[in-house]
Design a protein around this ligand. Structure first.
Ligand SMILES: Cc1cc2nc3c(=O)[nH]c(=O)nc-3n(C[C@H](O)[C@H](O)[C@H](O)COP(=O)(O)O)c2cc1C
Length: 181
């Protein structure tokens, strides 16, 4: 699939078929995440793949009660939890060098997980970035060590049906020429 087509046609998928995802496809989406750029190429991202039914059910419980992706975490055959090793992104020689402090790891994880989402879409798989959950609880369930932050998770599987396109603001609302105001 051509990149611009993948960017425009990817949708958040919240309902999945139970069909297994072949290991090669799981590896292909993780490979796309691996190749995303990162702060000074520090590559702080780490991924936990979960296929165990009980564990997926526990992960689903960590989502906010209103979260529309709650059932997707249980239903999808695979869940990928993206984490970051702290103290690398945003730092040079151990010192944070911008006004964003250590938060650059969020940027690095976002780049990787969007690569993953686009690669999944190109393979006929669905994803949804899930951010509204209790990251501390997920860290406990998955035995994530100190110094590693759980950032985002996504179900991965075959979409049950096509998702409706969501709207986007017009470029005229987003883009300023030469200065912001
Ligand atoms: C940082 C981030 C966090 C998100 N968290 C959730 C979430 O917790 N639950 C959910 O159902 N969707 C979540 N989404 C998905 C957005 O709602 C979705 O991307 C947006 O509505 C646009 O729809 P589209 O992805 O189909 O284009 C999140 C997206 C991003 C980028």
């Amino acid at each position: 699939m051509e990149v611009s087509e993948a960017i425009k046609t990817r949708r958040s998928i919240r309902h999945y078929k139970p069909d297994c995802v072949p290991e090669e496809k799981i590896n292909a989406v993780l490979e796309a995440a691996r190749w995303a750029p990162s702060w000074k190429n520090t590559q702080c991202r780490r991924f936990v793949t979960v296929q165990d039914e009980e564990k997926k059910a526990k992960l689903a419980e960590t989502l906010t009660s209103w979260n529309p992706a709650r059932s997707a975490i249980k239903e999808a055959p695979v869940v990928i939890v993206a984490c970051a090793e702290l103290g690398q992104s945003g730092f040079i020689d151990g010192k944070s060098i911008t006004d964003k402090g250590s938060w650059w790891y969020m940027f690095d994880v976002a780049l990787a997980t969007q690569n993953l989402a686009l690669a999944a879409h190109s393979l006929g798989l669905g994803t949804v970035h899930v951010g509204a959950f209790d990251a501390q609880k997920v860290a406990q369930i998955l035995h994530v060590p100190q110094g590693v932050d759980v950032v985002v998770m996504t179900p991965l599987g075959y979409p049950e049906k096509e998702a409706k396109a969501s709207s986007r603001k017009e470029l005229s609302e987003l883009v300023f020429r030469e200065s912001y105001s």
